[in-house]
Design a protein. Structure first.
Length: 575
């Protein structure tokens, strides 16, 4: 039955509740995965195209159990944190399953992070082990780690000690078996796997102790007050969200979902991996990083029925010069999310790519992440103009940001979500958790939205000044605080400007210290290698001051408007 049938009678205020016909899953991820394996042991679970690897559900289960055993062999205990710093590959999903099976908290680290950011992330949650790529394109992950901890060159694997990274004892680098030079102090992933026993009795013992309400995943989300916060999610949070996302797409074991979106985001890990695993469907990774040509080739070769992406990915695929060479007729569904999609792009995706049952999803990391989603049955006009209806077992409301009162249908206000998907909290940060989740359990998103009388939600803006660049959430305050460290910078303000390719781009207005001179190149050189590439402002202007109110509050909208006029930029009116 379509979720869209549950929005009647017409709403008299902007409060909607999802249906509860299908009960929540009350098992940990590992136990539920094992029930799916028992139903579909020989069905293909994972295809990693760029690695030329294929796993049936039974094979994936066995390798995940082997890795879980090996992780326990390192001395890790349930509740310990294990980081993963990597693009998409089979090792990533093995680590996801293995950590869940033995109660280790998987810490997702963005592969775009540089030294200052990875140091902060690892130390914030006291990671004891880290699984990392050796390198990717121009990113030398092992080089960055050795820059932070040169002492490791003389350490034994599993016995690392460092002043800068005091908690990290083991680093495992993802290798192709038999390839790559040895790394003093570090473990090869292939060698670690050999240490494990897939029939290790400890796995069963630990499984009995795990609860669905246990925290199992930490994802860093940028904060308006500076450094990223560790949104801590439970088995119950992400397993159920993945299940109901798959239900909205009507996934079955016959589906093959192409996942070019990154696994370090909820988009890949939950909307991709867990949506498939909860339905016995097949995961297909076209490449480690996004490349439109390999996506098109993979959809054709693997006969994929589903495809995920942010709007910029779909645009890159549609506009690829070889697009018409590929047979995409097997496609039917998928998810577009991350930022608003122009209506004409959505229509091209549905016709030219055959994704007539594509869905739109809205959410945030702190709600595991989806709270609203269209379904394959959602009327076309609603599918291209809204983010759908509230998900099952959740509530959403639109409130007046000042009074807190629930607004009438069609009136904009702050979107809030309540239910099973609301995060456990921010890691080791009760004050920020209390700011985000009120005493009645509502997660305050900071997003401005409207809800119509049928319950369809439309995102119209943001209370917070968050910038969304190509699906990446960026909070200007974090960039400002980093740029403040430059010895020649007296003050800085960062805003988002409209951009046809990425949705938004960053712009920094910089006030230099008296008597100092500074160039755009110096600012960019200061950022390079320290913060992720997508956080480096595209536009940099040197100014004497900022527009302010009479009370001294900086008016960022005036900075934005002035830059739009200077650069001749226009907002996208179609989204």
């Amino acid at each position: 039955m379509s979720q869209d049938l549950f929005a009647s009678p017409p709403l008299t205020r902007s409060l909607a509740r999802g249906n509860t016909d299908v009960p929540l899953i009350e098992q940990p991820i590992g136990a539920y995965f094992d029930t799916i394996v028992a139903r579909h042991p020989d069905r293909e679970a994972l295809v990693s195209v760029h690695q030329r690897r294929r796993y049936s559900y039974r094979q994936l289960q066995r390798e995940a159990n082997r890795l879980a055993s090996a992780l326990l062999g390192l001395g890790l205990m349930p509740g310990d944190r294990v980081g993963i710093w990597s693009h998409n590959n089979a090792e990533w999903v093995l680590v996801q399953l293995a950590t869940a099976k033995v109660g280790l908290l998987l810490v997702n680290i963005n592969p775009a992070y540089r030294t200052a950011e990875v140091e902060y992330a690892l130390n914030k949650v006291n990671c004891k082990a880290l699984v990392t790529m050796a390198r990717f394109k121009t990113s030398d992950y092992l080089g960055m780690l050795r820059e932070l901890a040169p002492e490791w060159s003389h350490a034994k694997p599993g016995e690392l000690a460092s002043i800068v990274l005091p908690h990290l004892k083991t680093v495992i680098w993802i290798d192709e078996p038999g390839q790559g030079v040895e790394q003093p102090g570090l473990l090869r992933f292939s060698d670690l796997l050999k240490r494990g026993d897939p029939d290790d009795a400890r796995l069963t013992d630990i499984a009995y102790q795990l609860k669905a309400s246990d925290p199992i995943n930490i994802q860093f989300t940028s904060g308006t007050t500076g450094f990223p916060k560790g949104a801590t999610l439970t088995h119950r949070n992400i397993l159920n969200n993945g299940f109901f996302i798959g239900e909205a797409m009507k996934l079955t074991p016959a589906d093959r979902l192409c996942i070019p979106v990154p696994l370090y985001h909820c988009f890949g890990m939950v909307l991709g991996n867990l949506a498939c695993f909860t339905h016995g469907a097949t995961i297909v990774y076209p490449n480690d990083g996004f490349d439109p040509l390999t996506v098109l080739q993979t959809v054709q070769d693997e006969q994929c029925t589903g495809l995920h992406g942010v709007p910029t990915m779909f645009i890159a695929e549609l506009d690829h010069p070889r697009f018409k060479e590929f047979n995409l007729s097997t496609l039917r569904t998928g998810i577009m999310a991350g930022s608003p999609c122009p209506i004409e792009v959505m229509e091209r995706v549905m016709t030219d790519m055959h994704l007539r049952q594509i869905t739109i999803a809205y959410g945030m990391t702190e709600i595991s992440p989806v709270s609203c989603q269209s379904s394959i049955d959602t009327p076309l006009d609603k599918r291209v103009s809204t983010v759908g209806l509230v998900q099952p077992h959740l509530e959403v409301k639109i409130r007046n940001p000042e009074s807190g009162e629930i607004v009438l249908p069609g009136v904009s206000g702050e979107l809030c979500t309540r239910g099973y998907s609301v995060m456990h909290g921010y890691w080791d940060d009760p004050a920020r958790t209390q700011e985000a989740i009120d005493t009645e359990g509502w997660m305050h998103t900071g997003d401005l939205a409207t809800m119509d009388a049928e319950g369809y939600v439309n995102i119209v803006g943001r209370i917070k000044d968050m910038v969304i660049r190509g699906g990446e959430n960026i909070y200007p305050r974090e960039i400002e605080e980093f740029l403040y460290r430059h010895p020649k910078v007296q003050d800085v303000q960062v805003v988002g400007l409209p951009d046809k390719r990425f949705g938004e781009e960053l712009c920094a207005w910089v006030v230099t210290r008296p008597g100092e001179t500074l160039t755009e190149d110096e600012i960019r050189a200061f950022c390079k290698g320290q913060i992720a590439h997508y956080k480096i402002p595209r536009y940099i202007r040197f100014v004497s001051g900022f527009p302010m109110t009479v009370t001294g509050k900086i008016q960022k909208f005036k900075i934005r408007d002035e830059m739009k006029n200077q650069l001749g930029l226009e907002e996208d009116k179609t989204a």
